[in-house]
Write a protein that binds this ligand. Structure first.
Ligand code: SF4
Ligand code: SF4
Length: 394
């Protein structure tokens, strides 16, 4: 077996060897194919399945096939939801495979897809993929919020929450404020966590953004980073440690998704939900919080603690939760497919009979908010923290 020496995958010899050996183990069982949210949008062609992509990559790694534009397109039709990885019979690290190959594609000048190039240009110029000025970054702060100069906790808003879907961030910070938990916030100085760039293989600009955030985090002296975003928390927890080594910058912090903080406060008795919130809800596990970080019990523990909440689970929940369709650069470059996946998931939520769909990632929230508008579905949408805040006595 040979892996190409000129490939960026091959630049990391250990990763190249591991991936080449991993694709060799594929049993062609097809479990990944039937679990993949994007495969059904390939017209039923096997070439759009994760199984076929693995078979292609085996040939590609062994110099028996080449990256055609069609294969590049197929390899970008993936939300990095990790579902294939959880069902893979031979434990192939499929998401590492998809992301490494995308980096390979970018280095060879064969990608990324057009919308991803725009994200890159905006992130390079403005520090965020929405192209918003840094002066707007802290506009989500409410009058009752009082960030301090230095604190153990540093709030990392993330681009989607800060600029597009601020309610989860605002509510989370309101809860901390009410409890008297001090927090710092470096509004205007935060850069994109780099998730959209890492997932689409644009490692050079990702490294620049990560370097700036590592400098900022070190400057604040914070020991814990708290964020409402699934993508940011996954990236900060799982990608930053490797980059801190590569960039030679310190990263001596613990990263926590807001749901982890709520559970801690609940267990410590500092949060005491006492006001009934009479809702029948269903919960959507965001891929990058659930499968990526294993945070399945935490949101359910919070919901169970809120008086009046009745939880009706969707058949596909926890490890087998269906993706909202937004991740991995799919929403940016394949918006119709992303919307269709979100509507499909919304249908599952409606079928439970719940009156409210609850989630805990602003990216998922944005997808479902759009899906509800498009489909006129008779279901409400709420962030986990909104319900929690409503249950706390003033
Ligand atoms: S990560 Fe998700 S979208 Fe990508 S191939 Fe696997 S199951 Fe399909
Ligand atoms: S689930 Fe794993 S072993 Fe089965 S076809 Fe997919 S990649 Fe191959």
């Amino acid at each position: 077996m040979s892996t190409r020496e000129h490939s960026p995958i091959a630049c990391n010899a250990a990763l190249a060897k591991m991936l080449a050996e991993a694709v060799d183990t594929c049993a062609r069982c097809g479990f990944c194919k039937v679990s993949c949210p994007t495969y059904p949008f390939g017209g039923g062609f096997e070439t759009f399945s994760p199984r076929a992509k693995v078979a292609f990559l085996k040939d590609y790694f062994e110099d028996r096939d080449v990256l055609t534009p069609e294969w590049v397109d197929r390899l970008y039709r993936c939300t990095t939801c990790e579902r294939c990885q959880t069902v893979c019979q031979t434990a192939i690290p499929l998401v590492a495979l998809w992301e490494s190959v995308r980096a390979d594609i970018v280095t060879k000048g064969l990608g990324p897809m057009p919308a991803h190039k725009k994200l890159r240009a905006l992130a390079e110029e403005h520090g965020n993929p929405y192209g918003e000025p840094a002066s707007k970054q802290s506009q989500w702060l409410l009058p009752e919020h009082h960030p301090v100069e230095t604190a153990d906790i540093l709030i990392f808003g993330g681009c989607t929450a800060s600029y597009r879907m601020p309610s989860m961030l605002q509510t989370g910070v309101t809860i901390l404020t009410r409890l008297g938990v001090p927090y710092a916030y470096a509004g205007g100085e935060e850069h994109c966590c780099a998730s959209p760039l890492l997932r689409t293989g644009q490692l050079d600009v990702a490294g620049e953004l990560i370097g700036k955030n590592l400098d900022l985090i070190a400057r604040t002296g914070a020991r814990t980073i708290v964020t409402p975003c699934g993508g940011c928390s996954k990236t900060l927890k799982q990608d930053y440690p490797a980059w801190t080594e590569k960039l030679g910058k310190p990263f001596n912090v613990t990263v926590r998704h807001f749901s982890e903080v709520y559970v801690d406060l609940l267990r410590q008795g500092r949060i005491k939900p006492s006001v009934a919130v009479n809702k029948t809800v269903t919960f959507h596990d965001p891929c990058h919080v659930g499968r990526s970080q294993g945070l399945f019990d935490e949101p359910r523990e919070i919901l169970a603690a809120i008086p009046g909440i009745k939880l009706l689970e969707m058949p596909r929940c926890r490890e087998s939760s269906r993706c909202c369709g937004a991740g991995g650069g799919v929403k940016a470059n394949y918006p119709q497919m992303a919307s269709a996946i979100a509507r499909e998931r919304l249908d599952e939520a409606v079928a439970t009979g719940a009156d409210t769909l609850v989630t805990m990632c602003p990216f998922c929230q944005g997808s479902f908010s759009q899906a509800i508008k498009e489909s006129d579905a008779s279901i409400g949408l709420s962030g986990l923290e909104e319900l929690l805040l409503a249950s706390l006595a003033q």
